[in-house]
Design a protein around this ligand. Structure first.
Ligand code: B12
Ligand code: SF4
Length: 634
């Protein structure tokens, strides 16, 4: 018979739970108890098995994309795990039930289906499989993961952008959601803050609802349970970074964006107190590097209070914060934003640059991106020694392979951005672009696995899909040439960007698409494959062929990675020892000059840029030069 311990006698091993392997058990350890008489014996507690899985997706080789160490942690997983821990602590399933939580990020951990099924069986299927943060490209894999669990009668609930995006923009059957319904998977649309208890209770009763739809009721985020993952999981990412979303929602209206239709356009945010709690909880486990996942932290209404609090944690509490944020290209116009970012410990900023041709930006309703501001904004970040990634989209309707090559060359010469991350313009389910195409019946690829921004899924007016794929593959090699990588390192040396930090990411970005055919954001260190993880429908390879190919790919991929790494490190070392390094100059680092619009290619080579400059000059003339002398003098 199990002897149970009253809740007030239990000792938590960490403030949030105890972790062994993938598994966290809430306050399970027994306090030292005096001998117990028979009358004190109470009934055994039931243990609800909650398994949270963030699915990966299938590579073109048919196997799940999985790494020994993934590059970036899953914030969706951290968010749902934080909520689940809180439900457990509050005993949301009743005083007689404890919740055991397993967390599996499939990008760095193999799902041992057999073992998990045995565990569910041992507990009489008293539990739930949660498929977390499922994106459209992960939806087919998520269904494949769910299949054996549903066959065994385990309740399965799926949430994330595919479900939410489809329900926000399309009719309830799109796209392929009926497949999940047929399998008896419950769909969760919207956000789980304040709602997870209900789902867990239904699952515990063995009757989760087919649909939880909270799309019209987005929760406030202040004082909600914090996103959190124990060190045990965070260390499975290269660099041991944690993540959190300080806010959700963006005011802009880019037509390719799913975020505004799922998380809304109003800024909802965590408080500075919440952020302090996140930092402190992570610092207790010696994690001080964070990725703040807000799509646009510059539009988080509480950005200043949050930055100030982080600066205090650095300066007063000596927590060595290293932070990455995502911002828009007009963030430098917010007084104090970049300076405070620096004080808060921001070392990397990700920009939604997307393109340098205003015609393309206008076509995507990304009107907030003013190319006339690009250099000013980038130089402002550089002045603080913060390095810049930028997202760059190829495949806008007006583009051709030649125009894309020309634009990459212009960026290399004229814009002081460090890393570019390329994506194909993709109608992601949940975006306005997708909805318009869906309504018009435009032919889109039916395989959701391809909606990863690396594969063309619709026809392009000027390029065949094969041509678009070819130029997409090519842009990575065009940008990450040895000559340009050396230029980036020289720019880093003269602007005070930490060389090693840049070098590490540079290697990843320069190699992953070329050698592993995986976007750096889905990448990691050392690709893992398992024969059983081949996409259903593709032939299973024989054992010898599988291992031969796997080892061959592993050797080639890692040899290329190591060679590039050594080259980058050697170059970084040479550059950092160069006595002339502080004298380095190039066009991109030149301070913004008066007649830039006549001399720089990025402002003169496209009709869109010329029109933008004309417009800018007209507005400038109307607002400044045409003012009466008395006003101008004020
Ligand atoms: C951080 C981030 C990443 C990180 C981490 C991944 C992650 N999901 O945490 C990295 C850099 C790895 C990444 C990579 C990619 N990403 Co990303 N990413 C984001 C971003 C900016 C934030 C994710 C996040 O933390 N959101 C906050 C969480 C809390 O929201 P959530 O995931 O929706 O979860 C809530 C609800 O959905 C619900 N919920 C979710 N799951 C479950 C499960 C259960 C059981 C329940 C009850 C509830 C529930 O409750 C949660 C809490 O409220 C989003 C945009 C966004 N604003 O969300 C894009 C986004 C998710 N990414 C996207 C894409 C396309 C990618 C890539 C394919 C890009 C690429 N070319 O490589 C890769 C895929 C690789 C991968 N392994 O995920 C798209 C997906 C669109 C779609 N329809 O599929 C998004 C929406 C951005 C966009 N461009 O539109 N990404
Ligand atoms: S700025 Fe980013 S998050 Fe905002 S609407 Fe545009 S793509 Fe979406």
């Amino acid at each position: 018979m199990t002897l149970d311990v009253p809740a007030d006698r239990l000792i938590p091993l960490t403030a949030l739970g105890r972790t062994r392997g993938n598994r966290t058990t809430l306050v399970r350890r027994r306090a030292k108890m005096p001998p117990v008489c028979g009358g004190c014996r109470v009934a055994a507690k039931r243990r609800f098995q909650l398994v949270l899985v963030k699915p990966s997706h299938y590579h073109d080789d048919g196997y799940v994309i999985r790494w020994w160490r993934a590059l970036i942690p899953s914030n969706s997983l951290a968010a749902v795990y934080g909520l689940a821990l809180d439900s457990g602590k509050r005993q949301a399933l009743g005083e007689d039930v404890e919740i055991d939580i397993d967390v599996i990020d499939e990008t760095n951990t193999r799902i041992n289906v057999k073992k998990l099924l045995q565990r569910f069986r041992r507990h009489g299927n008293f539990g739930m499989l949660g498929l977390v943060g499922v994106q459209s490209n992960q939806y087919p894999r998520a269904l494949d993961i769910a299949r054996p669990f549903r066959a065994a009668g385990v309740p399965v609930v799926m949430g994330g952008f595919h479900v939410s995006g489809c329900l926000a923009m399309l009719d309830g059957t799109a796209i392929d959601l009926d497949q999940a319904r047929k399998m008896g998977i419950s769909l969760f649309a919207g956000e789980a803050e304040g709602r997870l208890d209900d789902v867990l209770r239904d699952a515990a009763a063995g009757a989760p609802k087919p649909l939880y739809d909270y799309m019209n009721d987005l929760p406030g985020l202040g004082d909600t349970p914090i996103p959190y993952l124990p060190h045990e999981f965070v260390r499975r990412t290269a660099g041991t970074n944690a993540s959190f979303d300080a806010g959700r929602g963006c005011p802009f209206q880019c037509s390719f964006c799913t975020i505004i239709n799922v998380q809304g356009r109003k800024s909802r945010y965590r408080t500075a107190d919440d952020i302090e709690k996140i930092v402190r909880e992570n610092w207790r486990q010696k994690i001080s590097r964070f990725f703040i996942t807000d799509d646009n932290f510059a539009r988080n209404k509480d950005w200043e209070a949050i930055f100030d609090r982080m600066a205090k944690l650095r300066e007063v509490d000596k927590i060595p914060l290293g932070v990455m944020i995502q911002v828009d290209t007009m963030c430098h116009k917010i007084p104090g934003f970049i300076e405070k970012a620096k004080k808060a410990g921001v070392t990397r900023a990700f920009l939604g640059l997307e393109n340098i041709n205003p015609d393309n930006l206008a076509a995507a309703k990304k009107k907030q991106n003013k190319i006339t501001e690009y250099r000013k904004m980038m130089l402002a970040w550089k002045a603080e020694g913060i390095f810049l990634y930028a997202g760059y989209i190829v495949g806008f309707p007006g583009e051709t392979p030649a125009s894309i090559r020309r634009d990459i060359d212009i960026i290399q010469r004229e814009l002081p951005v460090d890393l570019l991350e390329f994506n194909i313009l993709t109608p992601l389910p949940g975006s306005e672009d997708h909805k318009k195409m869906w309504d018009k019946g435009v032919a889109m690829d039916a395989d959701l696995n391809k909606y990863d921004l690396e594969h063309p899924v619709v026809d392009h007016p000027k390029m065949s899909r094969a041509e678009l794929q070819a130029i997409y593959d090519e842009v990575w090699t065009l940008y990450y040439t040895p000559a340009h990588m050396e230029t980036l390192l020289r720019r880093a040396a003269v602007t005070g960007v930490p060389m090693l930090s840049l070098a590490k990411v540079l290697v990843q970005f320069a190699t992953m698409m070329q050698f592993e055919k995986v976007h750096p954001l889905q990448s990691g260190l050392i690709r893992m494959r398992h024969r059983s993880e081949r996409r259903p429908g593709l032939p299973a390879e024989n054992v010898a062929a599988f291992y031969l190919r796997h080892v061959h790919d592993l050797i080639l991929g890692n040899a290329a990675f190591i060679t590039t790494m050594l080259w980058v490190l050697r170059t970084a070392w040479r550059v950092s020892r160069d006595p002339q390094r502080h004298l380095y100059k190039d066009l991109a680092l030149t301070p913004v000059i008066e007649d830039e619009d006549e001399t720089f290619d990025y402002l003169t080579k496209t009709d869109g840029a010329k029109a933008a400059i004309d417009h800018f000059k007209k507005v400038d003339a109307l607002t400044h030069k045409a003012q009466p002398a008395s006003v101008a003098a004020e």
